[in-house]
Design a binder for this molecule. Structure first.
Ligand code: ZN
Length: 340
């Protein structure tokens, strides 16, 4: 089969489109013909070099396709079914996995990170990862869902325990997590403030359901949030930007508020004024991906049309390099998808 692999870490030039052996599914696995694989910032981090990545390596976490072969142990899936592959790998046997907390398993990793991913024509995955999709979703839309929607769901629902009537600040309306978090917060009848970097992205943020949008280049986020909330601040901040926005994010919290973070795209080192943290009784929560149960839950809302994936641009798999270069320009609103 064809695949895009990296043989060394580096810039987009290390992405190599080449012939590789077909995967051989085990008796407990399903082989899926990849029809679409969406990009995430994780692809760029892995390409640049992360510990635990064995080379050569196939990138790509978010896979939608058709089943081509079903292992002997599996009776409830069949060739031809349209499916997504849950973007995670876990042992399935440890106490955390058995408690449904797969993202706390010691062997937990994301497809395309610690194990080979979906920038290829065929992938073999355990049956537990295979989730049938309705005809209402095309492959590009389906591939745009799993990683960012389960991440945003785990942040808001699993970690921050969002409640109706709360005010939520979602950074980066155009990012995958932002697009998912705005919609999930609205699903829970929250008031949503989001941020974007130009007028077009600001308008798209409002279309997704945000009640207010702040221009994060022209305006100071915390000042605008204070105005909107009449000086009170927000209940929850959805952070994934990191050092560039951290101080502003902290200033936006009301007393007793919660900042939940799943990433550090602009850098991991931030400062915390402990006096501010304790006197205002703030909660800082880390969040990483989500559980299989949460993935099924959020997918239920996507399948019912209550949450909508946003596809920005589709590239052929052979042009993975161009797709990475496009992503690094941060001009997109929504997901970049590769088609083998
Ligand atoms: Zn486990």
């Amino acid at each position: 089969m064809k695949a895009t692999r990296i043989h060394q870490f580096g810039g987009p030039e290390v992405l190599t489109y080449e012939e590789v052996p077909d995967p051989k599914p085990r008796a407990d696995q399903v082989s899926v013909r990849v029809r679409a694989c969406a990009l995430n910032h994780l692809d760029i981090f892995v390409r640049k070099g992360l510990p635990g990545v064995n080379l050569p390596h196939i990138l790509g976490s978010d896979i939608a396709g058709e089943i081509v072969e079903v292992g002997a142990y599996i009776s409830d899936l069949k060739p031809g079914q349209r499916v997504i592959v849950a973007p995670m790998s876990f042992c399935g046997r440890c106490p955390k996995c058995l408690a449904g907390l797969q993202n706390q398993c010691r062997q937990f990793t994301v497809l395309g990170n610690g194990v080979d991913g979906g920038n290829c024509e065929l992938i073999a995955a355990p049956a537990a990862n295979i989730i049938p999709i309705p005809d209402s979703l095309d492959f590009n839309q389906a591939a745009s869902v799993p990683l960012v929607f389960v991440t945003a769901w785990h942040m808001l629902v699993g970690r921050a325990a969002i409640r109706a009537g709360q005010t939520v600040l979602v950074l980066g309306a155009n990012s995958g997590v932002g697009i998912a978090a705005i919609q999930i917060a609205k699903l829970f009848h929250a008031r949503v403030i989001t941020t974007a970097g130009d007028e077009k992205k600001m308008a798209r943020g409002l279309e997704l359901g945000a009640d207010f949008v702040v221009d994060h280049y022209q305006q100071r986020i915390s000042q605008e949030v204070r105005k909107i909330t009449h000086g009170e601040g927000v209940d929850i901040v959805v952070e994934h930007v990191g050092s560039a926005t951290w101080d502003e994010s902290m200033r936006c919290l009301k007393a007793g508020g919660t900042l939940v973070t799943c990433g550090a795209t602009t850098g991991p080192q931030v400062g915390i004024d402990l006096r501010f943290l304790f006197s205002r009784q703030l909660s800082l929560l880390g969040s990483y991906m989500g559980t299989m149960s949460e993935l099924h839950e959020v997918l239920g809302h996507v399948f019912a049309g209550r949450l909508k994936p946003v596809v920005d641009h589709i590239f052929p798999l052979r042009d993975t390099r161009a797709a990475h270069e496009y992503m690094e320009k941060s001009q997109m609103f929504g997901k970049i998808v590769l088609n083998p």
